[in-house]
Design a protein around this ligand. Sequence first.
Ligand SMILES: NC(=O)c1ccc[n+]([C@@H]2O[C@H](COP(=O)([O-])OP(=O)(O)OC[C@H]3O[C@@H](n4cnc5c(N)ncnc54)[C@H](O)[C@@H]3O)[C@@H](O)[C@H]2O)c1
Length: 448
Amino acid sequence: MLQPFETFALSPGAPKIKLAQVGTGHRGSGFWGKELLANFGDVVEFVGLHDINPGRMAYAKEVYKTNCPLFSSFDEMLNAVKADYILVMTVDATHDEFIVKALDKGFNVITEKPLTTDEVKCKRILDAEKRSGKKVTVGFNYRHSPHNIQLKELLAKERVGKITSVDFHWYLNVYHGADYFRRWHGRMARSGSLLVHKATHHFDLLNWWLNSEPVEVTAYGSLDHYGKNNEFRGTKCRGCEFKDKCKFYWDITKDDRLMHLYPANEKYDGYLRDGCVWSNEIDIYDKMSAQIIYANGVTANYSLTTYSPYEGWHIAFNGMKGRVESWEDIPYLERMKVDQATRHITEMEQEGKADSKDVREIMVMDNFAKTYEIFTTPFIKSGHGGGDVRMQKRIFVDPSDNPHHIMAGTREGAMSILIGIAARKSIQEKRTVKISELTDLVPMANRF
Ligand SMILES: NC(=O)c1ccc[n+]([C@@H]2O[C@H](COP(=O)([O-])OP(=O)(O)OC[C@H]3O[C@@H](n4cnc5c(N)ncnc54)[C@H](O)[C@@H]3O)[C@@H](O)[C@H]2O)c1
């Protein structure tokens, strides 16, 4: 098994994989920058960086310890660099612009999730990929955690027969959940809502685990807790007059890296990383549920909450012969003692070390059986359950290591966001939305 921070060497004399990156914020300069170089610096190198915020771009260059040029325009960067991949790590609603331009210039692309935020942009990307003959890889890191792969393996061998329904519930706690409402994510026009920004991970897992594609979605959602739902509000946590009485007060000044990334560069774009969670401009939902019907007949019931006392998830696959059930970080199932503030900080770190004592569990129970089986994988606390570093290894070091078609492209990217986009439309229009209303892609009963 891959050990985090193991480095990989190419055969002597082999050229490194050349990367040009747009978007050098938290995810860009961290996981796709500093951490990528720490883990795979023998294999990859940066040949160009671009960010609309010149301060953030300069900071990235400093932490990468690279000599590569900084570009004040994306087009200039595309014209100047010889790159194997363009890395797209910008605000979600802008991904399409960079993906389409890069494809049309003849580059392959690696993009962060979500592929994009609406169906029109999605079609632009699919069309550009087709006409360019180049390829987009979508960074669905959650697939790559050992726990999620073990679930996939049990389902692929039909351990409990044909699956007919799924219950899937994701709980963001009052630290991680609230953080989406402090940032650009709280604006529908930037993130497409958490049904797209966040749930794209969950819908992609569902699509992959079920090996099928969605045909229709019925959803409910509202903004009940954050945004307008409070009697007081400020602009940002720093210097806020309500600091002493606001449970969501968050002191960004305690985090050196975040201070360098954001407050130090507010002068360029005015972006507040510690924006008020009670802002009246927040227009996304904080409570969401969706029912998804798949082309293979499976019905999935999904929910996402953003103000839970604990962070975790629970899933159950109901099959004709039994039930596969699993979870992460449900306190009464894990008997966890970790406090939730610490848990949020750990998850944001990249050091995906396995904790030798703890395991992730999957419970498999056959109908009429008196006992059940438990399958386990190591418990990896950070780096998205160990998925982050494993995904990068598959992309840059060992592309032939593609178990269960784990690597995702535009079709997978599209099918996951289309569930979120359909859910958003379903909430707005109070009706069931068919995937065929949003795309020419015809949902497959069996993807592979
Ligand atoms: N896979 C995961 O688990 C995961 C985790 C975090 C973030 N993400 C994704 O990574 C991406 C970046 O998120 P983040 O948390 O780093 O956000 P961020 O705000 O820290 O960084 C975004 C960067 O994009 C830049 N940018 C915005 N618009 C631009 C434009 N038009 N041109 C050039 N640069 C522009 C900003 O200046 C900023 O530096 C998002 O798509 C997000 O969904 C994925």
